[in-house]
Design a protein. Structure first.
Length: 250
């Protein structure tokens, strides 16, 4: 009788264990739905408050697990974004510029600790500023985007020569490598160094050394800004951005 009781108890325990395992598996399967609902809810809240427009895609092990689009590709006409909408990536472009610099270093065309005085002799402290300092925002070169002049002229076409002349007139914000401070002037100069080093345009380098090898068919140098970006980052008409500001579209 005791043996039978023990067997019954063991059988019930096994059933309960199987049931819990089944619930656990079901719970695991439901997790993607849970985070998808949460992301949808978050994006909906951002959309209602006009705080985000864009396309989101998440992948895991090469498989798309979430995809959504929010907002408009043309605010004026209320044209909605879709999976094929292209975006300017702004300062994410710096990742491409840094990659091109390191490719030049691999090809022994540049040295990480080489100074920039041969490229820009008129830039303050050029004999102390290295390629590494530009990459790490430790050069002390004043950022042209902090200049009122930039804000006043942001919708006009300005040549690389004029931009370089403007940057060369800035006093240093601090001694090179004494601290770090974000400056768009650093990556403007890096783009010019690349063009001087390879004797070709930044756009060509981008295509030949990054986009074509990686088959980034929808990544290219932006040419025209046709509408205002929220909160006044880089705005409006044709050819408004500097030719070497190097904003990419993806």
């Amino acid at each position: 009788m005791k043996k039978q009781t023990l067997l019954i108890v063991a059988f019930i325990a096994l059933l309960l264990s199987c049931s819990e395992n089944k619930k656990s598996v079901q719970s695991e399967k439901q997790k993607p739905d849970t985070y998808q609902v949460k992301i949808d809810s978050l994006l909906e809240a951002y959309n209602k408050n006009n705080e985000f427009m864009g396309s989101i895609i998440l992948s895991q092990n090469g498989k798309t697990v979430y995809e959504n689009t929010v907002g408009f590709s043309d605010v004026k006409t209320k044209k909605k974004v879709n999976a094929n909408t292209k975006y300017r990536i702004g300062s994410v472009t710096k990742s491409f510029t840094a990659t091109l610099i390191f490719k030049a270093i691999e090809e022994n065309k540049l040295k990480l600790n080489g100074t920039i005085e041969n490229y820009f002799p008129n830039v303050k402290n050029a004999n102390k500023i290295t390629i590494a300092h530009l990459l790490q925002h430790r050069s002390g070169i004043h950022s042209f985007t902090k200049d009122k002049w930039f804000f006043d002229n942001r919708t006009k076409h300005i040549s690389s020569e004029d931009m370089l002349s403007k940057i060369s007139k800035y006093e240093s914000d601090f001694e090179p490598n004494s601290k770090g401070e974000y400056s768009n002037s650093n990556y403007f100069l890096l783009a010019l160094i690349l063009e001087k080093t390879y004797n070709t345009s930044y756009e060509n380098l981008l295509q030949e050394k990054i986009c074509k090898p990686l088959q980034l068919n929808n990544t290219y140098s932006g040419k025209e800004i046709i509408r205002m970006i929220k909160k006044g980052h880089l705005l409006n008409p044709k050819n408004s951005t500097f030719e070497s500001f190097k904003s990419l579209a993806i």
